[in-house]
Write a protein that binds this ligand. Sequence first.
Ligand code: 4AD
Ligand code: MG
Length: 457
Amino acid sequence: MKHADIKNVLSNADMVGSDVVVCGWVRTFRDSAQVAFLELSDGSSFCKLQVVIDKGALSVDAEATKLGASVAVKGKVVKAYKGEGNELNASEVVLLGKCPAEYPIQKKRTTLDFLRTIPHLRLRTNTFQAVFRVRSVAAQAIHRYFHEHGYYYINAPLITASDCEGAGEMFRVTTQPWNASYKTAEDYFKEDFFGVKAGLSVSGQLEGEVAATALGKIYTFGPSFRAENSNTKRHLAEFWHVEPEVAFAELPDVIEIAEDMLKYLVKAVLEECPEEMKFFDTFMEKGLIEKLTHVANSDFAVCSYTEAIAILEKENARFEFPVHWGSDLQSEHEKYLTEQVFKRPVFVTNYPKEIKSFYMKQNPDGKTVAATDLLVPGIGEIIGGSEREADLSKLQAAMSERGMDRSAYKQYLDLRRFGTVPHGGFGLGFERFVMYCTGVENIRDVTLFPRSVKNIM
Ligand code: 4AD
Ligand code: MG
């Protein structure tokens, strides 16, 4: 059906006077003696198009005026009678699809909790349309940032035999059920599709390192999977992961890239989604625009893990999990640091090696690794990264300490055998970034069909 986008009809002054067809869903209908008004949304813009119906000249099927009904409207574009932009004087309203009264998206019942029960319809609301427009703009900005900075876009495999984070949080990929004829797990996996135990990748990093140690600067942007049993507002079983990996980069370089990238993305969202951001500032998080503008224009803090623990230990009374040197930071500690102490994004660096992954570069102190997490107010960890261990024997030792099967990582070890170089990178949780930009507090509300423990609607 040839038709114009509402976004264009609304804002393009050149269209005034022209005859167009628009298509969309009815958001509101107001009736008076001589004229009626239909508000239409087609998803193209935050603002709706007002369709003016001269009742003397045009009679409209009542079904075409019901909330949620889909219609095509032919008419003339005119300057809006009130306010800015254009509206449409209808000459014909065609009902495309009826929408009966049990339509669940009613004005009074639109709490996020309720909308989560109808993921297939919740995108018809302002909130979700705004979230997904921001998400789309952010995704484009990610590709643009890396492209402009000379990175190559790599697609890492999603099915893998190696567990990157070494934390055993992989979903299994298999085509065969277990039966009693398999005596051992090895027996069983030998018969399975790949002949070895396979799973869904938790990160594209290991393959990213393969590419970076040949192409120099690369990034991946795709789904990662975590079979974590954490039913929190910031964990998904399937999330989108942005992972740059850079040859000849040490920890300070990794931090610099992460900060520069994040600021670029925040600016892009502020510039390209002004209407959406105004909406979120009003309805989701007061002061959001000011907060993000500040983030985009000021330096992030950097603090070592050891310093962070010294700060947190003094406040142990307030935490559910008191900390000491060696403890992993929980969400409550991360939030305290970034919200109460630094009041801005903070890179925590040089964590104890015991609580971080095998691949991280071991520092000369023998106790810490050159890792960094970026913590932001409201969310906590949004980025995790590190310089990688480039020394073959040190890497082998770290794997042995963790009881890892080195034969499964032969290719990864080869990168250290043949022309090893310092290199590093990080992973940004894309949904956590969208939460940060929109003020949406639950990760399930920035994801089309969120997957989490006991939830696959
Ligand atoms: O800290 P993580 O586990 O680091 C890695 O996977 C590294 N291999 C990344 C790298 O260096 N290339 O994950 C990175 C980020 C986290 O900071 C978080 O934002 C996000 O990925 N993330 C999740 N987001 C949603 N749901 C989950 N279950 C997540 N797990 C991690
Ligand atoms: Mg992490």
